[in-house]
Write a protein that binds this ligand. Structure first.
Ligand SMILES: [Zn+2]
Length: 947
């Protein structure tokens, strides 16, 4: 058993003592690896560990490859969730307090202090930091900060003044997701289930019932020409309300939503839906009746629906249902002509799908199909007046504007995929916010520059690139300030606080400053924008800037040098949920604020972590706090279990079984590390050359995988796929009774341990020490191939392996107990022909006829006439081999098979099958060949006879 916790404590202490990860500029090329910093409102669980672990493996790998690699960490205090928690503690919220006690094991005295938001943040900050240290992350802790530190606030003020001077911060009335209880805009971080609140703009078409307005919400204003009636739900109690100077009838939910859209609402009375049924409303020059329908929902739109049965499957089916019970002569009015559809598209699709009533859920699917076909290829018919002939895609906005101008419409904004709940529990709405400060992500020039950056950037995995392009495309203006929460005040308007997805976009630059803040060489007091302009752009005079900002001139120069050395960011790691917000904003703000040379180089995105195949959540009760897991299983097994279960974008599945498998595997390698001593044998034998070649191969494969952050694959190479090669080698040396291979096994272990060290850093150090190394493995060089590959030993080991396999297979099929095994090797002309065939295949020629023709033309290989089947079999066996092996076959001198088999295989056969073995060449006149098998011999495929 490995004493995991002892080993981990020992090596963490050593790293910390030798300041292993405190990184300063030097003559080497730098790499700057960052991860989205944590929000400290709870301790981290295993799921959080994934992104940080991936980034740490990345940083450690780069470091071993000779890069001066900085990996820092900060803590994001900004925002309202912690404020909300503090409020709930003040109110004595039982559930929350119980979570603190039972789930997070916070001492009761500490919970009492949680009435103060900063105390909550500070507590979990320390908790998370300890977890990160215990996980062995190679973080330079001298650069730690929180987003409410005074210098950080100065930095954010500078960022915002900068953005404002570039006209990227604008003020105006704009819709935002909103928590009515907190009176604050909400974004993904503020909602239960981390949903980004996005919304849809509906057109309210105003029908008139005498002097009362009956508004209906639609996404298709052009269909106003096809309206035949309205649908009212007789069971809804509607509200008659005063909206500014008009009287409207809408559902209670709609009346509530309208309050947030800059309208003054007073309720006059209640109107039952059944009272409205049968009445006639008018719009433009049309008069239409109101009919009852059950599909109409109170919480969607206004609770009243405009019916366009020719083009809306719901409306069509509701009309059919209505006409079954009632006499009505209403007919659908087709107003759009679309290729592929007949006169009445809605009727067509409802009948095709066999839908027979309006509560059929497939009506959604039918609706989507009609809408999208009509939108992209529909044209308005003659009965749409001056809009006739317009494409639907163009008509939409034209008719929307025309309705608005003639005061026949208004706007309703509604959250998509509702209900969305704030973390405080309240249901969110869309609010039109006045005088709100926005980042104008709608700016086309800004978007263009951002796309330019994305184009040049490496994105891992690359398949997620299109998601970024899509996000940049649809981004609109985004509220960047709140009226509550922790954070930095807008420098020009103290009533606002910069919100959390806006003060976390260029902070990677701040890590450079944070070191000097922590050493007290940099203070907030008289820091002004000149300081940041000097550090980030090299603008201004050092002496004057230093004097003005209260910084020593040499310190100022050092900060500038550090920044110039470490920036730009070489890799940004984050979870996939941050693609549509943080990661995109990070790029947007970098291209806005920094010159192109300082734009980020790479984004690495990972999926989430499941627990035994299930999503982790408090309600499932399957959250394991990270620090608890480290105590129970050790940090390294957790790191490996998270990494080995999935490639980047997939969800990783954490389970105990894989932790135990990994522990077992690591224990075996660990035990081996004391057995072997360095030092190569005096003369390398065939199997030595072969295993060293395989080791090169392992290094190349593993390195390639880590470079692409295909860490699951890399780990498989290191831990598992080398095992069968090693087993073969051990079998060979055992049969030969060799005692001089310790040094080779030591070398193999050293390579595997070194490659393991970014993944399992603590244990790898211990193994490295056990192997007799004096320095730390964290600082050792990543293994490189020794190019000791000796192709003739590759060919001979492959020959031995495949011949053993062949014998095993024959014995399995024939069920013989062997008395004697005889092998026949191919004649020299076959060997010549085989080499030529291999060369043809490598050159891309696999046409059997053409190859035969070439071979016959050559006197050395003209014998092929006698055995044309030989070519086909050879081509197939060459194609079955990996590409590198084909090349070896084509380019190299063939080995003397008879010699290899006689000298190397006999002992193996004796050990494996307990019998003697004889080897003859195919045309040996004295050969023992009672069954005439010898003629079947092919190169690398000796013929076989078993008695
Ligand atoms: Zn709320």
């Amino acid at each position: 058993m490995i004493p995991w916790n002892d080993i981990e404590t020992k090596w963490r202490a050593k790293w910390s003592q030798s300041k292993e990860f405190e990184i300063e500029p030097d003559s080497r090329t730098k790499k700057f690896i960052t991860v989205a910093y944590p929000y400290p409102n709870s301790p981290q669980h295993i799921g959080h560990g994934r992104t940080y672990t991936l980034a740490d493996v990345h940083a450690r790998f780069l470091r071993m490859n000779g890069y001066n690699t900085l990996f820092p960490m900060g803590f994001h205090y900004t925002g309202t969730p912690i404020l909300g928690m503090a409020k709930r503690v003040q109110e004595g919220d039982k559930e929350l307090i119980e979570n603190f006690e039972k789930l997070y094991h916070v001492p009761p005295d500490t919970i009492k202090e949680f009435v103060e938001p900063v105390k909550i943040a500070d507590y979990f900050h320390e908790e998370i930091k300890q977890g990160m240290i215990e996980m062995g992350y190679s973080i330079d802790w001298r650069r730690e900060f929180t987003t409410i530190d005074p210098v950080y606030k100065k930095f954010i003020e500078w960022q915002f003044r900068k953005l404002k001077s570039l006209n990227f911060v604008v003020q105006g009335s704009h819709p935002v997701g909103w928590c009515p209880k907190d009176q604050n805009p909400v974004s993904q971080h503020d909602t239960l289930g981390d949903v980004e609140p996005d919304f849809t703009e509906y057109i309210l078409v105003k029908f008139h019932l005498d002097d009362v307005i009956i508004p209906t919400a639609t996404l298709r204003p052009e269909t106003i020409f096809g309206v035949t009636n309205l649908w009212i739900n007789p069971n809804i109690k509607y509200k008659k309300i005063k909206v500014d100077n008009e009287t409207w009838i809408v559902s209670p939910e709609c009346a509530y939503k309208l309050e947030f859209l800059n309208k003054s609402i007073t309720v006059i009375s209640e109107v039952s839906g059944s009272e409205l049924v049968g009445k006639t409303v008018s719009i433009l020059d049309k008069k239409v009746p109101m009919f009852p329908a059950s599909f109409v929902e109170s919480q969607t739109g206004t609770g009243i629906v405009m019916s366009v049965p020719a083009h809306a499957p719901f409306d069509y089916q509701a009309l059919v249902d209505y006409q079954k019970q009632n006499s009505s002569t209403i007919q659908p009015i087709p107003i759009i002509k679309t290729e592929g559809f007949g006169e009445i598209p809605a009727k067509e699709i409802v009948e095709k799908m066999g839908i027979t009533n309006q509560d059929d859920p497939r009506l959604d699917e039918a609706t989507n199909e009609v809408y999208s076909k009509e939108f992209y290829s529909g044209v308005l018919r003659e009965n749409t007046g001056k809009f006739a002939g317009l494409k639907v895609s163009e008509a939409k906005d034209t008719i929307k504007a025309w309705l608005a101008e003639s005061k026949n419409s208004d706007i309703l904004l509604e959250l998509n995929d509702g209900p969305i709940r704030c973390r405080c529990g309240a249901e969110c709405v869309v609010k039109l916010l006045n005088n709100q400060w926005f980042l104008n992500y709608l700016d086309q020039a800004w978007k263009d520059k951002t796309n330019q950056c994305f184009e040049k950037m490496s994105i891992l995995p690359n398949e997620i690139r299109t998601e970024f392009n899509y996000v940049v495309g649809w981004l609109r203006q985004r509220a960047c300030a709140r009226q509550h929460g922790l954070g930095t005040n807008l420098p020009w308007d103290q009533n606002w606080i910069v919100e959390s997805l806006s003060d976390s976009v260029i902070y990677m630059a701040y890590y450079i400053l944070a070191k000097y803040v922590n050493s007290r060489e940099l203070k907030a007091d008289s820091l002004s924008d000149e300081f940041f302009e000097f550090v980030f752009y090299g603008n201004g005079d050092a002496k004057q800037t230093a004097a003005k900002c209260g910084v020593q001139e040499n310190v100022l120069q050092k900060i500038r040098t550090d920044f110039a050395y470490f920036y730009p960011v070489d890799a940004r790691h984050s979870g996939r949920d941050l693609v549509p917000n943080h990661l995109t904003f990070f790029v947007l703000n970098h291209v806005a604020i920094f010159p192109e040379a300082l734009w980020p180089k790479q984004i690495v995105v990972n999926g989430s972590v499941l627990m035994d195949g299930k999503k982790m959540s408090k309600s499932m009760g399957n959250i394991i706090p990270l620090r608890k897991a480290i105590q129970d299983y050790g940090a390294d097994p957790i790191r490996l279990a998270i990494i080995i279960s999935a490639e980047l974008l997939q969800d990783a599945d954490f389970n105990l079984e894989s932790v135990n498998t990994i522990k077992g595997k690591l224990e075996a390698i660990y035990e081996d590390c004391v057995r072997h001593k360095p030092g190569m044998p005096a003369k390398l034998q065939s199997e030595d050359n072969w295993i060293l070649g395989r080791l090169d191969h392992l290094i190349i494969q593993t390195t390639g995988a880590v470079e692409k952050m295909r860490l699951r694959e890399a780990l498989h190479h290191i831990l598992f796929s080398f095992e069968s090669d090693l087993q073969w080698y051990l079998k060979r040396v055992e049969v030969k009774r060799r005692t001089d291979v310790s040094g080779i096994l030591h070398k193999i272990l050293a390579v595997r341990v070194a490659m393991l060290s970014p993944f399992a850093p603590h244990l790898a150090e211990e193994m490295w020490e056990r192997l007799g190394n004096s320095g730390v493995v964290s600082r050792s060089a990543w293994p490189v191939p020794s190019n000791s590959t000796d192709s003739s030993s590759i060919q001979s080991e492959e020959l031995l392996q495949s011949t053993i396999e062949d014998i095993k297979n024959v014995l399995k099929v024939t069920k013989i107990t062997p008395q004697k095994i005889v092998l026949y090797t191919a004649d020299p002309w076959k060997v010549k022909a085989f080499g030529k065939i291999a060369a043809s295949v490598v050159a891309g020629q696999t046409n059997i006829g053409a190859i035969i023709k070439d071979l016959i033309a050559n006197p050395e290989t003209e014998n092929i006439k006698k055995d044309p089947d030989f070519v086909k079999k050879s081509v197939n066996s060459i194609l079955a081999e990996p590409e590198e092996m084909r090349k070896i076959r084509a380019e190299l001198e063939p080995i003397n098979e008879t010699a290899v088999l006689s000298s190397e295989l006999s002992a193996l056969v004796k050990k494996e099958f307990g019998v003697d073995m004889q080897v003859f060449t195919e045309s040996d006149t004295a050969k023992y060949d009672p069954k005439n098998k010898a003629r079947m011999a092919r190169p690398f495929k000796p013929a076989l006879y078993i008695e």
